[in-house]
Design a protein around this ligand. Structure first.
Ligand code: NAD
Length: 500
């Protein structure tokens, strides 16, 4: 996949930096650019804290995490307001998608950690005299690196589960949302004041790299595919486990028998909410030829009523990261130059830092808006012959995060053939609010899994323990030199009978 021609300047590695409201330019706070020495000190402290946290045991950890959940819930307005100001997203989006889903996940992780991770018996197979057990021990200190688009929900998909599994966490939030990251660690200290079990260190990319190189025992990263690969290489050198959650180019498939009212509502919300800055946001829509014109007419008329802004009546906010605005504009300009047709919006949609909805058709397959993640409120709609063509178009991409299917009858059959980590049927973007479902993708979207039991296990390393239930006489002990010929023959016979 081609790299964007827009290259950011080298970020500072010392001093301080400011977090500002991207919609209004108001200053939110000034934060240190932490370096390698700060990171090393944080990880050293975290290592001691982790042992203390693990020694608390499952019940006490659960009690503390549920107390933190209650603290987040009671401070929901304050926290949502901070996310709203730091990202520019509307207050309701901050409340619903960031804070409420975070509370759901924290609650779930706290309540399911012991059952999922503590020692449990498994079948010993034909070695019936053995007792076989698996338990999951924490990795130790986990480094979490987060993005800015969901500055609470996204990193907490790692932090909640890592803490519930008994790890200490050092968190490096995005340079665009440091205040939310700092608030998180400060709130955790209200319920765990004894040890720095969760710390937030702020800065740019080099601060994140210092975290990766600091001697942590696992990295959980959410961000772009480009940075995910660079961190993966560093983790590979250190032989530490790594969970990358990267970008996406999610498609919605609208089949001939779709409920078009729901399909339009879902596609539009999934493509435009949060200003299109969702990893699993809708960027491509493939519509069956029989319903294409009607779907497009309805989508166009609904999209025309939406508007970006910072005022309370706006449907969504600004582009949070200034450079992202230029990238989205580049995708739009290149698509037009390549022959795309504008159905909604146009050049007038671009009112830095806001972008009103843009819907395009006829974008050539090799245009950047089809090939790369746009991460803005732009959607490309394409007419397809049938569901088969929609599936192969959707699958013909390096990214494979999520997808949505609208069909009254064929949803499960289409979902089964999509090459993505997640699919929703007659709905969009709902997986994130279901804590028991794993979240993650494939290909350039990464291979990490957060949330659910898989998400808990990702923050523990399995330990297999086996021991005899009773002592065997030497002639029957297969794992000794004293095993008899009769025992060998008996084992041959059992194997033959069982595995014919
Ligand atoms: P980004 O990759 O630019 O930055 C992510 C984080 O990595 C930031 O904290 C940044 O400071 C840090 N970083 C940058 N360079 C680094 C380096 N060399 N070493 C260590 N850390 C480094 O991504 P972004 O712009 O913050 O976020 C947007 C991207 O995140 C989009 O691609 C989006 O799709 C993706 N995302 C994915 C998911 C998911 O669950 N799959 C969720 C949200 C966002």
């Amino acid at each position: 996949m081609a790299e964007s021609p827009l290259t950011p300047p080298s970020p500072p590695t010392t001093g301080t930096f400011e977090s500002v409201n991207p919609g209004t330019g108001d200053l939110i706070g000034t934060f240190p650019v932490h370096g390698a020495a700060d990171m090393a000190a944080a990880v050293d402290a975290a290592r001691i804290a982790q042992q203390w946290w693990w020694d608390l045991g499952w019940d006490e950890r659960k009690r503390r995490l549920l107390a933190w959940r209650s603290y987040l819930r009671t401070h929901m307005s304050e926290l949502a307001d901070l996310v709203h100001r730091e990202t520019g997203k509307p207050m309701w989006d901050a409340e619903a998608v960031d804070v409420i889903t975070t509370v759901l996940h924290l609650d779930w992780a706290a309540k399911h950690a012991e059952r999922t991770l503590s020692s449990h018996q498994v079948s010993p197979g034909i070695l019936v005299h053995l007792r076989a057990e698996i338990s999951y021990e924490p990795h130790g200190v986990v480094g979490v690196i987060g993005p800015w688009n969901y500055p609470l929900f996204t990193p907490m998909g790692s932090i909640s589960y890592a803490l519930a599994a008994g790890n200490a966490v050092v968190f490096k939030p995005s340079e665009f949302t440091p205040a939310t990251g700092v608030w998180l660690a400060e709130s955790f200290r209200k319920v765990v004041p004894e040890q720095p079990v969760l710390q937030t260190l702020t800065g740019y990319g080099p601060t994140g790299q210092a975290l990766v190189e600091s001697g942590v025992d696992k990295i959980s990263f959410t961000g772009s595919a480009k940075v995910a690969k660079a961190i993966g290489a560093l983790c590979g050198e250190r032989m530490i486990p790594y969970s990358p959650e990267a970008g996406g180019k999610d498609a919605v498939i609208v089949d001939r028998d779709a409920d078009l009212t729901r399909a339009v509502r879902g596609a539009l919300w999934g493509g435009v909410m949060n200003s299109g800055q969702s990893c699993a946001g809708v960027e491509r829509v493939f519509v069956h030829q029989d319903v294409y014109e009607e779907f497009l007419d309805r989508l166009v008329s609904s999209a025309r009523s939406l508007r970006a802004g910072s005022d309370p009546d706006a449907h969504y906010g600004p582009i949070t990261r200034p450079a992202q605005y230029d990238l989205v504009k580049h995708h739009f300009d290149q698509a037009l130059a390549a022959g795309a047709t504008i159905r909604v919006g146009g050049r007038e949609s671009f009112r830095r830092p806001f972008i009103d909805p843009v819907i395009l058709t006829d974008a050539p397959d090799d245009s950047v808006i089809v090939q790369e993640e746009t991460f803005g409120p732009l959607m490309v709609v394409e007419k397809v012959r049938d569901a088969d063509e929609a599936i192969s178009e959707s699958n013909a991409h390096d990214y494979g995060l999520g997808a949505a299917v609208y069909s009254r009858k064929n949803g499960p059959a289409i979902a089964a053939r999509l090459r993505t980590g997640m699919v929703s049927i007659n709905a969009v973007l709902v997986q994130g609010a279901v804590p028991s479902l794993p979240w993650g993708g494939l290909g350039h979207s990464g291979y990490g899994r957060i949330h659910g039991e898989e998400g808990l296990r990702a923050f523990g390393r399995s330990k297999s323990i086996v021991h005899p239930r009773f002592g065997l006489p030497a002639f029957a002990d297969l794992y000794s030199f004293e095993v008899s010929e009769q025992t060998k023959s008996a084992l041959r016979w059992v194997t033959k009978m069982l595995f014919t």
